[in-house]
Every structure is written in C-alpha cells, then in structure tokens.
Design a protein. Structure first.
Length: 141
C-alpha cells in the first residue's frame, strides 16, 4: 500500500469518492491554495471501495460549502501539531456566492463588476440554485 507522509498542520479531506478528488482539486484547491497539496487517488476503503484523499499543508480556510456540492460524503480532518483536532462533515450550502455563474445571459451579475452573484438553493437533488438578481435557475456542475 502506498504510504503518504502525514501532515503536521493543515487539512486532510478524507472519504472522497474515487474520481471526485480531481474534481475538488480543480474546482477548489488549484484556484485558492498555493501551499503544498497532496492528492491521493484510488486508495482502498472499507466504506467506499475506493476513495481519494487530499492533504493541504498549513491552510485551514478551505471553502467547505463548495466541498459539499461536489461530494457530500467528504470528512474534513483538521490537523494541528500532528494531532487530529477536529472532524467535520460537509453539507450542501443553502447560499452560494461565486463558484457558479448565472445562466441568464442578460443577468446584471455578468455586467456589473461590483455585483457578486448570489444564489439560494432551489433543488437539493439536482443541485439547482436561484439567482438573487434575476430569479433564473442555474445548476452547479
Ligand atoms: Zn442572474
């Protein structure tokens, strides 16, 4: 089995369904984080069969909301001084800022740089959100 060095301080995202690790990395990590990150894919898991793991060193301010959108089963482990300090589950957020763009091409959020797109959860199963500016429904993908 592949051994990966544990981290002293940072976040370990565990129980990511195999395949979602890369998605989380692309959507969230690569654009927000510039510290050492380890992505381990297809690790044997008793619960999931195969899983992915992401380790992020020296960062604690990861957007858990977006994690929930990609994979609701992720466990977030907060590591401080080499010890597990906290375990968190992620959820699908009721409100979303950024991360999706309104589907309506005439929506003000596309034209006004001072306006941050804001969305409210509309359909939990389909991951659909309502734009707070134009009421258009946009799906998270
Ligand atoms: Zn809109």
């Amino acid at each position: 089995m592949l051994e990966v060095k544990g981290i002293q301080n940072g976040i370990v995202l565990d129980h990511i369904k195999a395949g979602n690790g890369l998605k989380i990395f692309n959507k969230l990590i690569s654009r927000e984080v510039n510290v050492p990150v380890v992505l381990v894919m297809n690790v044997e898991s008793k619960i999931l069969g195969k899983k992915d793991i992401i380790k992020i060193e020296d960062r604690f301010d990861i957007n858990l909301n977006v994690l929930g959108l990609i994979d609701e089963n992720v466990t977030v482990n907060i590591i401080v001084d080499g010890e597990l300090k906290e375990k968190k589950k992620v959820t699908i957020p009721e409100k979303l800022k950024g991360y999706i763009n309104c589907k309506n091409p005439r929506c003000i959020s596309h034209f006004d740089n001072y306006v941050e797109p804001e969305f409210t959860l509309y359909d939990r199963e389909k991951l659909e959100y309502v734009c707070s500016f134009c009421d258009e429904i946009t799906k998270f993908e």
